[in-house]
Design a protein around this ligand. Structure first.
Ligand SMILES: *Cc1c(COP(=O)(O)O)cnc(C)c1O
Length: 367
């Protein structure tokens, strides 16, 4: 009996390394509230992500919610986004009492189709919230041009794009803010965690207040805020994982290369296109199961499952088609997004994945 293979496996540092690193917490008893490890991780991540400012959060979703809140948009304003993403992106908009306006994506890489944004802009539009889906970089230049022309904010959901660079600059430098997720299943994890990167220093204070109840002194609360701080155990996990991140990405790359080479010539199977001047983090390995393939996407998913290989239909259904959002918002043409959602399949990929397992999966797909 072969071992079950899941779509991902969380990266963890060597046990002793983490244990050694958390020992000082037993002396200090300082477990959260922006302790030394929280500060250290902010510094190290600014360096690694090549960004001027970062604010750590308890998870990526709260980072998204609080970023939108930090811009203080009027209630009911419209935010142009895509439905080909994890549900968190749309929830963050709606939970801020803003209205999502769903823009179609490009078939080539699943990111927002910048050519279709302008048609969706109304006098209620305040922001664009595109997703660097699978770490594929959006057309940041065109998006910025549109935003500048109409006076809109740009907030990137960069949950998948840890460490990705575009034109030799960290991806977190584009737009007004970029939100990363450090969830256990992401390329870089702090168990649960997230962060916002940005270049306007004023945003740091606003996010600080939002993540810590607006507390600015023992007897002073300056604004209404939530609690979304990253704790010290999570920050230490981040510091440990960060030491191994380049190696982890390299190991993923090796497996992606094998997948790529072997699947390239399988009829009906295609892969996303990578834009020039973008580095990759190999966060996911999505394939498109086209009409020419001998099975439908769902049949391939089931076949793999029969072999104890658990792929995932990321992202299906579209968030706009989910029960909680269906028919609630403006109807937009989403042909490409829908087509991708019906054909995409994310194959297992993680740094410790057996090379032999990659071959086994490819064999089943080729059969
Ligand atoms: C993971 C993810 C999030 C949410 O991050 P969490 O850390 O899980 O809260 C948001 N958007 C996308 C696209 C994601 O994949």
């Amino acid at each position: 009996m072969e071992q079950k293979i899941f779509v991902t496996q969380s990266s963890m540092p060597p046990f002793e390394e983490y244990i050694e690193a958390i020992k000082p917490l037993w002396d200090s008893h300082w477990l959260t509230n922006m302790g030394t490890y929280h500060q250290q991780l902010e510094e190290k991540l600014c360096e690694y992500l090549d960004v001027p400012y970062i604010s750590l959060m308890v998870n990526g979703h709260m980072a998204l919610e609080l970023t939108l809140q930090a811009f203080d948009f009027p209630e009911g304003s419209e935010v142009i986004t895509t439905p080909f993403t994890f549900i968190s992106t749309t929830h963050a908009i709606v939970r801020n009492r803003l209205q999502p306006v769903f823009c179609d994506v490009k078939l080539s890489d699943g990111t927002i189709d910048e050519a279709k944004i302008e048609d969706l802009i109304t006098e209620k539009t305040v922001a664009i919230l595109p997703v660097h889906v699978y770490g594929n970089v959006c057309n940041v230049e065109e998006i910025q041009k549109i935003a500048d022309k109409y006076g809109l904010k740009v907030i990137y959901d960069a949950a998948h794009a840890f460490g990705v660079k575009y034109k030799d600059k960290g991806i977190g430098n584009y737009g007004d803010a970029s939100v990363f997720s450090f969830h256990a299943t992401k390329v870089f994890n702090t168990i649960e965690g997230g962060a916002i990167t940005f270049s306007d220093q004023k945003l740091y204070d606003r996010l600080y207040n939002l993540k810590n109840f607006g507390i600015r002194g023992e007897e002073l609360v300056v604004s209404v805020g939530a609690n979304a701080k990253m704790n010290e155990f999570a920050a230490v996990m981040g510091l440990c994982n960060l030491k191994h991140i380049d190696e982890a990405i390299d190991e993923r790359k090796k497996r992606v290369r094998i997948y790529h080479n072997k699947l390239e010539n399988v009829k009906g199977v295609s892969m996303f296109h990578h834009r020039e001047e973008c580095s990759e983090n190999y966060a996911y390995f999505p394939i498109i199961v086209g009409e020419d393939y001998r099975k439908k996407r769902d049949e391939l998913y089931d076949l793999l499952k029969k072999h104890d290989i658990y792929s995932r239909k990321y992202f299906y259904p579209l968030t706009s088609d989910q029960a909680c959002f269906k028919n609630k918002y403006k109807k937009c043409e989403l042909d490409h997004a829908r087509s991708l959602a019906e054909k995409v399949l994310v194959l297992p990929l993680y740094e410790k994945m057996e090379i032999e397992a990659v071959g086994r999966i490819v064999d089943i797909i080729q059969q």
